[in-house]
Design a protein around this ligand. Sequence first.
Ligand SMILES: O=C(COP(=O)(O)O)[C@H](O)[C@H](O)COP(=O)(O)O
Length: 313
Amino acid sequence: MRELLETAQKIRSMEIRGAGRIARAAAAELRDYAARVVSDDLDDFNEKMRYAADLLINTRPTAVSLPNAVRWVMRYRGDTVDEARVNIKALADEFITNSKNAVRRIGEMGSKRVRDGDTIMTHCNSSAAISIMATAHAQGKEINVIATESRPRCQGYLTIKRLDELGINTSFIVDSAVRFFMKEVDLVVMGADAVAVNGSVINKIGTSQLALAANEVGTNVIIAAETYKFSPRTILGELVEIEERDSSEVISIERLNEFQNIRVRNPVFDVTPREYIDLICTEIGTIPPEMAYIIIKDFLGWGIEEINSNTTK
Ligand SMILES: O=C(COP(=O)(O)O)[C@H](O)[C@H](O)COP(=O)(O)O
């Protein structure tokens, strides 16, 4: 139980962050929790697994990769606790392997859209987006990256650290300089926390700003997103919840206490309408955002009926 709570807390506090990493961490925790649970009774075991699944899903609301990963593992079957454990391990390991392969495939496909000499702008810290830049660089293409700071949690530092390790020339800018530099940009590449059935992309706050500025000057926007970032529930009419985090991420409590009438708002994701997105690069192909429905319906690997009947999100 302690390890389960620790993993949940790491996701909540963003020690583990980024939609893909969160999903893989949740799958791994379910596998390890199943191995640790002391129970000979299948009903009791199933109940404990459902508790763990709900706990993990409720750590962060926006990245749909999290409930998708949990649902993938929670499809386990077994007539005994031992059989269930074996099946959970197989499903979790399969999800993790598929996820890592997906990020690699996205890099291979997305890199074809990068030309030698291109300047790419990126936002926040997305492993899938970095995979495209890293692959293009490994192919010998000379690229320059402009990376945003991504306030308030400054995930841009993680991005420039990785790009620096890879030997990619990078300029680091504040978020408000995006439009200033957009004229120099050939391609915008970003990740996703969720893709809705209408092709809208939910990603780090400020993503829609980059997309809007790119649209103004006719620069293409590519979203790097594994298929488990697509949100099945949006097909049922639900909206993706936008997480709003604590004010202390934006301004210290002491500073805030100097004021009487100030309320801090800290939404951490925003929605980019499909009109501003050229294509979404997934592991099963590069698709126009309009095809999101097909991905959800045909490629996610579970039916709408299952989503309806499942208690987990
Ligand atoms: O918005 C973020 C991270 O937000 P946070 O830091 O709040 O989790 C990333 O762009 C996506 O999660 C995609 O990342 P990846 O491609 O690595 O899945």
